[in-house]
Design a protein around this ligand. Structure first.
Ligand SMILES: Nc1ncnc2c1ncn2[C@@H]1O[C@H](COP(=O)(O)OP(=O)(O)OP(=O)(O)O)[C@@H](O)[C@H]1O
Ligand SMILES: CC(C)(CO)[C@@H](O)C(=O)[O-]
Ligand code: BAL
Length: 296
């Protein structure tokens, strides 16, 4: 049975014995640090669970003894004209998936529980790296993401947390925050889960009409075109991807860019190594993301 936790206090109380067990099972071997035998994993989500989330949960389930999934549609990471109100919240269906995947605890707090004084909130800044790519189109988005992720880390205190590569910039910024603010946990990444035709799974795919669903393939097709043209150089590869967008009137590209996969720094024509092609586009009212590694 997946146990539902709605408050920070009950979550801390429920997880305390697990940490107690970790301490109790930690054996001091010839002065070395204790061996931790019960691992606690956190999978942060906004709910409306799909096969992408299942992949994150399965990895957590394989590598941890106790799995906590958080379901929280975080108002801080939505801009004023974004879809916070209409974001899907199918709690019963999500719970059935969590039960099926053998999740131990779901932390599903209210907005008031997470942010009792939203008007005077301390926040985590993503800095410059939070203002490029997605950050250019969603200016306070990554501050909102890092603030809630930091809070979730402090509430659950996991040994590791699992994130998807679909949100590649988010993943890079969370890793940076963990390093910069010395959070005592590991970040584990899971590759993008796609539909058979290449569309990256996303909770927002449920917004798409049949016509939009077809046009949504433009994102993955543009990325494939970038990779296919990589032998011709960086600008030619990007041009090949942009041509795919130009051919689809229902897709409105926000960006298609190449960055160094290791640092997220922009790359020049002379770049040799592994790059990441990242894209975001609006298909009707629905905004989608995708990315793919490209070697130059
Ligand atoms: N297709 C996917 N493959 C791998 N990971 C994914 C996929 N979709 C979502 N995730 C990961 O699941 C976690 C929770 O994401 P979230 O709940 O926002 O789902 P989402 O489908 O990305 O939603 P949205 O449509 O709002 O972008 C994030 O770490 C995200 O990267
Ligand atoms: C990490 C996250 C759960 C924070 O709200 C969200 O940005 C998401 O679902 O990717
Ligand atoms: N997975 C990204 C969450 C968001 O779009 O706010």
């Amino acid at each position: 049975m997946t146990q539902i936790l709605q408050t920070i206090a009950e979550t801390k109380e429920a997880l305390a014995p697990i940490r107690g067990a970790q301490k109790a099972s930690g054996r001091i071997v010839a002065g070395r640090i204790p061996v931790v035998e019960r691992k606690l994993a956190l999978v942060p989500t906004m709910g409306a669970l799909h096969d992408g989330h299942r992949a994150l949960i399965r990895l957590a389930r394989e590598q941890a003894d106790i799995v906590v999934v958080s379901l929280f549609v975080n108002p801080l990471q939505f801009g004023p004209n974004e879809d916070f109100d209409k974001y899907p919240r199918p709690f019963e269906a999500d719970l059935a998936i969590l039960e099926e995947e053998g999740v131990d605890y779901v932390f599903a707090p209210s907005v008031e529980e997470m942010y009792p004084d939203l008007e005077h909130l301390t926040i985590v800044s993503a800095g410059d790296a939070g203002r490029i790519l997605e950050g250019e189109f969603r200016p306070s988005h990554f501050d909102g993401v890092l603030t809630v992720v930091a809070k979730l880390f402090n509430i659950v205190e996991p040994d590791f947390a699992v994130f998807g590569e679909k949100d590649a910039q988010q993943l890079a910024l969370v890793r940076r925050m963990v390093r910069d603010l010395s959070f005592p946990l590991e970040i584990v990444a899971v590759p993008i889960v796609r539909e058979e035709d290449g569309l990256a799974r996303s909770s927002r795919n449920t917004y798409l009409s049949a016509e939009d669903r077809e046009a949504a393939l433009t994102l993955s097709r543009a990325l494939v075109a970038v990779a296919a043209a990589s032998g011709e150089g960086v600008s030619a590869a990007l041009a090949a991807g942009r041509e795919i967008y130009e051919a689809e009137p229902l897709a409105s590209m926000d960006y298609l860019e190449l960055v160094d996969a290791a640092t997220f720094a922009p790359i020049t024509e002379e770049f040799h190594g592994v790059a990441l092609a990242l894209t975001a586009a609006r298909i009707g009212q629905t905004r989608l993301l995708d990315n793919r590694q490209v070697t130059f």
